[in-house]
Design a binder for this molecule. Structure first.
Ligand SMILES: Cc1cc2nc3c(=O)[nH]c(=O)nc-3n(C[C@H](O)[C@H](O)[C@H](O)COP(=O)(O)OP(=O)(O)OC[C@H]3O[C@@H](n4cnc5c(N)ncnc54)[C@H](O)[C@@H]3O)c2cc1C
Length: 247
């Protein structure tokens, strides 16, 4: 999996503060410098003032101003299962690689077991992995080896049969029906800062699946560089506010 920041609002936290100051400001923020707009906010420097105001907004649940800055992420190699989970978030915008127009006819089925084209979950080979709704308790080495073999055989066979159907002239949009839900996909997604915090609340949480959790943690790392004050506060005070509905 790879996650990178493609594009993002410049000076996102200046924008958040300007939006918020507009609410309680007698003048017109469009006519003033940022320094003037921030007059009256506690702090010796403009950075300190931003920290004060952003901390105040987040601690009071005043999330509207965080809808102004937007970021776009490119995601590579997540499973279709993970894609189905993240696309449930209705305020995130997506572009998803099409399996109608992209045919994976050049992938060697022998490489599929090595992670080519299909995501291999850690539980396929890790005896200590404990997932949700797991039927077995502790498993012996033999069972784990068998689990790995069945998984590899199954995904390789699916890809082989998919490619055979393409050779037989079946359109990629229909041949894909035999591919596993773990088939990899690339995606571009955009969201504002408020939504990013909501997605993180739900998808970086301990009960989310390992893959979407990993993707969300990577998004959060990039967000921390882009909006450092906001996401430092989020990490310290808000992370794990379980499924909190935004007021
Ligand atoms: C651990 C986990 C397990 C899950 N398991 C399942 C499952 O088994 N089956 C399943 O179907 N889904 C499942 N989901 C998905 C979940 O039910 C939500 O659909 C998904 O997380 C989107 O989040 P959201 O509802 O907050 O909506 P978002 O689209 O992210 O919207 C953000 C917020 O906007 C508001 N909002 C948006 N649209 C509306 C609306 N139409 N009406 C009212 N308020 C709205 C809500 O306050 C919402 O919280 C799971 C999610 C998690 C995190």
């Amino acid at each position: 999996m790879k996650v990178q920041l493609l594009e993002a609002t410049e000076d996102p936290e200046e924008l958040v503060c300007t939006g918020a100051r507009n609410d309680y400001y007698g003048g017109y923020v469009g006519d003033e410098s940022f320094e003037t707009v921030m007059e009256g906010i506690e702090g010796d420097s403009i950075e300190e003032k931003k920290e004060t105001l952003i901390g105040h907004l987040l601690s009071h649940g005043h999330f509207g101003p965080f809808e102004h800055p937007q970021a776009t992420f490119a995601v590579k190699g997540i499973s279709r299962s993970c894609m189905a989970q993240i696309t449930r978030h209705r305020h995130v915008s997506f572009d998803v690689q099409s399996m109608r127009y992209v045919a994976f006819d050049d992938v060697d089925p022998a490489d599929v077991a090595e992670g080519e084209l299909v995501v291999t979950p850690p539980s396929a080979s890790d005896p200590d992995w404990v997932g949700r709704n797991q039927k077995t308790g502790a498993v012996d080495e033999e069972a784990v080896a068998e689990r790995e073999r069945v998984f590899e055989e199954s995904v390789s066979r699916s890809v082989e049969e998919y490619q055979r159907l393409l050779e037989l002239g079946m359109p990629p949009e229909d041949a894909r029906f035999v591919l596993p839900i773990g088939t990899k996909v690339n995606m571009v997604m955009s969201m504002n800062v408020r939504m990013l915090m909501h997605v993180a609340d739900m998808r970086a949480a301990a009960d989310a699946q390992w893959e979407i959790r990993e993707m969300t943690e990577r998004v959060l790392e990039l967000a921390s560089e882009w909006c450092p004050i906001t996401f430092e506060y989020y990490e310290e005070h808000m992370k794990n506010r379980k499924n909190r509905l935004a007021p």
